[in-house]
Design a protein around this ligand. Sequence first.
Ligand code: GLA
Length: 356
Amino acid sequence: MSIEKITFGKTKETDEVLEYLLKRNGVTLGILNYGATIHKCLVETSKGVRDVIGGYDTVKEYEDNDGYQGALIGRVGNRICRGKFSIDGVDYTLAINNGENSLHGGLKGFDKYIWTVTENSEADCDKLIMTITSPHMDQGYPGKLKVTVTYTLNDDKSFSIGYEAESDRKTVLNLTNHSYFNLTGFEELNVLDHKLKLYCSNFTPVDHTLIPTGEIRPVKGTAFDFTEEKTVGRDIEAKDLQLEYAGGYDHNYVIDRTQEVSYRNTTLFKTAALTSPDDVLSLEVATDQPGVQVYCGNFLHDDIVFKGSKPQRRRSAICLETQHYPDTPNHPQFPSAYLDKGERFKTTTLFKFTSR
Ligand code: GLA
């Protein structure tokens, strides 16, 4: 029922980094003004408190590592092919930072911004309202863009991320959060025994650089089928070119949008349900976005150390990044990620825990 503010450290450019702690009914969220990053997420269970979101102990590690731990991603989450797209006949070229492609906003994405924070506690929730202004042509993107991200911690062991934005000229936008979940609290440094259900009957296959081919492919009968709950690892080593390209799951799923969830005057759709191997903790994700990138940490390096001196391990956690499909600006048949001049961008994702 309160928001506490503590000093976390300083960036290389000597900006002060603060951590805001939101606490309510057995859940504590720690959020940094650096990258609007979720630094920790403590959930009480019958087997003790578990910190279920990966991260680091220092600002320097957030600055030096490339895993986007817990970070807010923008302007455009995921990949844009060769960093090129056009709007109304005008070509744009973005900063390239992932092989030949642009990933997660470029060299200085929103994960590296210092956000301005306003706190607000209400009877049934605590809110952190975080804002930045990204200048015209930031990383190659057109339009001066004002972004507001609101983290809301509710009474029922859920938190939401509300994204709002407005641009002074037509642009493209795809905001998400890049939290790595491990519902054992990283006691087990592998996520393959977690159980996962996805409310998604299709996914978007990719080429070897992880750019969608444009196809929308049914998951039925393939390793990509999570429409019935199964462990993350059950089929991860199946012989499948898509799994080979990504070294495991790192794909955008098309959300079925058939099961509605009402949340504070918005309609969201059930997207994913993740359960710890010991069944003590579950996480349900719902969103109004069209897709979710399911990424199970195939690129996490073994030589990096997480919070609390825990070694980071390949496939030790899973990201459920609600989003527009990757490379949307180059696929007119995908749901549009254009934002018109003066248009109000608004989207919400809800994360709800059930602990036993
Ligand atoms: C996303 C991508 C992955 C990887 C991570 C960051 O989830 O889909 O391929 O680049 O970000 O390491």
